[in-house]
Write a protein that binds this ligand. Structure first.
Ligand SMILES: Nc1ncnc2c1ncn2[C@@H]1O[C@H](COP(=O)(O)OP(=O)(O)OP(=O)(O)O)[C@@H](O)[C@H]1O
Ligand SMILES: [Zn+2]
Length: 485
C-alpha cells in the first residue's frame, strides 16, 4: 500500500512560526546541534535535548532523507556563568580533579557517549571539537575584523554589536544586557557592554593557549559553533538546534558573527524546552540535577527515553517519580503488544483481517501526521497506543492472520522503533541476545540428538521443522549438527 506522506512542518524560532521544511539540497538534511561542555557527567536535562533532536533526525531518515548530523563538543572557551570572564569550566574541573584539561574533556566525552548510547541516541555523523578547529576560528575572527565588525583590545578580540543592526534578531532582545558579573578591566576593553569575546587573551597560568595574530590566547565560546557548522555543513545549511537556554546569548552571537563575516547561516532554528525538577530547570550550576548514570541504576534507559518523548520537545518536561512510574507502564504496554505480535507471527495462518488492517493503517497515518506537524511526539505516542488498543483487542479475541500481524509488527518496529527509538537494538542488547540464542540452540540441538539416539525420529524432525519455520536451518555434519540463520 502506498500512501502520500504529509509535508514536514517545523516551528522556526527565528521567524517565530511553523514553516514548511524545504531542504537546501533535495533529499539531504544538514543539522547542527550545540553539544555538551564536557566537564561533568551528563544529567537528565542533557538527555531531553539529545533525545529531542535524535527523534527529529530519525524522522527525516524515515522519510528517506540522507542526514548529516553534526554535534560539537565544547572542550575550551566556555567560561563560568557563560560570561566573558571567569575560569574556563574545563580548566577549573581539571584543577579540582588534578587532571590535564584534555583528560577532563576525554573522560566526560566518553561518559557522555556511553550515557547517550544507552538512551538509544544515534551517534552524530561528525562530533567536532573546539580545540581541533582553532585555525578555522581564527580565520573567521580575522574576516570579522577585516569587515569592521570586530576589534582587538589588549590581546582579546570582541564582536562589535553596534556595527551589526541585526544583532537581536533571534532573541528579540533590544535592551542593553549589562553583564553584571563582568570584571572592570574586561568592561573597559569593550566598546559596548553587549560586545562579546571572539578571542580571549590567556592570562599567566592559563593552561589552554594558542598562538594567534593577537597574541597567545584561546577562542570565545560562541565562535566555535559558527566555524564548525559552516565547515561541515556549508553556507545556508538547513537546521541549527539546541536548548532554549542557548538562544541568548549563544545562538544570537552565532548568527551575528557568521552573517557579519559574509556567510549565509542556518535557515531554520529549533529549540527544545527545558527538563525541570520541582518547576526549576535542571542544571549543573543549580545543583538540582540527577546524572543519567545514577538514574540508570533505578530506571530502565528506555523508560527514560519514553518519558522524554511523551512530552513535546517545545514543552517543559517535569521529572519526578510518578512520571517515571507512568512512563514505565506506558512503555511496557507497547513493548508487550509488539512482543505478542512477534510471538504469534511464525504460526499465523495466511490471510488478512481487512478491518484490522484498515485500523492499523489509520494509526500509521495519524503517527505520520503528528510527526510531520513539528515532530509532535506525544501525539505520535498516542497513535501507537491507539494501535495497541486495537491490536490487543484482536489478539485477545483469537487468531490474527499473517498479513495483518506483519502490518502491526512493521508499525511498531518502523514507527516506535526506527523513528521514536523505543525498541532499543543497542550493541549490548544484541550481544546479550546473541549469547542467549547460542545457549538456547545448544540445548535444542542436544534435545534433538537425544531423540535421534532414542530412535524418536518423529520428535527429532518436528524440532527441526519448527526451527526451519523461524528461519533456522539445521545441518547434520560428521562433527555433529550445525545451525545457521
Ligand atoms: N535542563 C535542561 N533541559 C533541557 N536541555 C538542557 C538542560 N540543561 C542543558 N540542556 C541543553 O544541553 C546542551 C548542552 O548544555 P551544556 O553542556 O552547556 O550544559 P550546561 O549549560 O553546562 O548545563 P548547566 O546549565 O546544567 O550548567 C545545551 O543544548 C543545553 O541547552
Ligand atoms: Zn553552539
Amino acid at each position: 500500500m502506498t500512501q502520500t506522506l504529509p509535508d514536514i512542518y517545523l516551528h522556526d524560532t527565528l521567524t517565530r512560526q511553523k514553516v514548511k521544511f524545504e531542504p537546501t539540497t533535495p533529499g539531504r538534511v544538514g543539522m547542527y546541534l550545540c553539544g555538551p561542555t564536557v566537564y561533568s557527567d551528563a544529567h537528565v536535562g542533557h538527555a531531553k535535548k539529545e533525545v529531542a533532536f535524535d527523534v527529529v533526525r530519525r524522522y527525516f531518515l524515515h522519510r528517506g532523507y540522507a542526514v548529516r548530523y553534526v554535534s560539537n563538543i565544547t572542550d575550551v572557551g566556555h567560561l563560568q556563568n557563560d560570561s566573558d570572564d571567569g575560569e574556563d569550566k574545563i580548566a577549573k574541573r581539571a584543577a579540582l580533579e588534578q587532571l590535564e584539561p584534555m583528560e577532563v574533556a576525554d573522560k566526560y566525552f566518553w561518559s557522555f557517549v556511553s550515557d547517550m548510547e544507552r538512551l538509544n541516541v544515534l551517534k552524530p555523523s561528525i562530533n567536532p571539537r573546539a580545540t581541533g578547529h582553532i585555525t578555522e576560528q581564527i580565520e573567521l575572527i580575522e574576516e570579522l575584523i577585516a569587515r569592521g565588525h570586530a576589534y582587538a583590545a589588549n590581546g582579546s578580540v570582541y564582536f562589535d554589536v553596534r556595527s551589526w543592526p541585526r544583532y537581536g534578531v533571534l532573541s528579540g532582545r533590544k535592551l542593553d544586557d549589562q553583564e553584571e558579573g563582568t570584571r572592570e578591566d574586561v568592561r573597559e576593553e569593550k566598546r559596548d557592554p553587549r560586545d562579546f569575546a571572539l578571542w580571549k587573551r590567556a592570562e599567566a597560568g592559563h593552561i589552554m593557549r594558542w598562538d594567534s595574530p593577537w597574541g597567545v590566547g584561546f577562542p570565545g565560546w560562541h565562535i566555535e559553533c559558527s566555524a564548525m557548522s559552516l565547515k561541515y555543513l556549508g553556507e545556508g545549511f538547513d537546521i541549527h538546534g539546541g536548548g532554549l537556554d542557548l538562544q541568548f546569548p549563544h545562538h544570537e552571537a552565532e548568527i551575528a558573527q557568521s552573517e557579519a563575516a559574509g556567510h549565509a547561516f542556518a535557515r531554520y532554528w529549533m529549540h527544545n524546552n527545558m527538563l525541570t525538577i520541582g518547576g526549576e530547570k535542571m542544571s549543573k550550576s543549580k545543583g538540582n540535577f540527577t546524572t543519567l548514570a545514577d538514574l540508570y541504576g533505578r530506571v530502565d534507559p528506555m523508560v527514560v527515553r519514553f518519558l522524554l518523548i511523551s512530552s513535546h520537545y517545545r514543552s517543559i518536561t517535569e521529572m519526578n517519580d510518578d512520571a517515571f512510574v507512568s512512563a514505565a507502564n506506558g512503555y511496557r504496554r507497547l513493548n508487550e503488544a509488539l512482543h505478542e505480535v512477534e510471538r504469534r507471527l511464525p504460526d499465523a495462518a495466511d490471510g488478512e483481517d481487512a478491518a484490522l488492517s484498515r485500523k492499523i493503517a489509520g494509526h500509521v497515518a495519524a503517527f505520520e501526521a503528528a510527526m510531520s506537524d513539528d515532530f509532535n511526539t506525544p501525539k505520535a505516542v498516542a497513535a501507537l497506543f491507539g494501535l495497541t488498543t486495537d491490536v490487543n483487542a484482536a489478539l485477545n479475541a483469537g487468531a490474527v492472520p499473517n498479513a495483518t500481524l506483519v502490518a502491526a509488527r512493521d508499525a511498531y518496529r518502523q514507527l516506535g522503533g526506527d523513528v521514536l527509538g523505543l525498541f532499543a537494538d543497542t550493541q549490548d542488547a544484541r550481544q546479550d541476545d546473541t549469547q542467549l540464542v547460542s545457549a538456547l540452540m545448544d540445548l535444542v540441538l542436544k534435545a534433538r540428538q537425544n531423540y535421534r539416539l532414542n530412535k524418536q525420529y518423529g520428535e527429532a524432525d518436528e524440532l527441526r521443522d519448527t526451527l526451519t519455520k523461524v528461519g533456522v536451518t539445521v545441518e547434520d555434519t560428521k562433527d555433529g549438527p550445525r545451525w545457521r540463520r
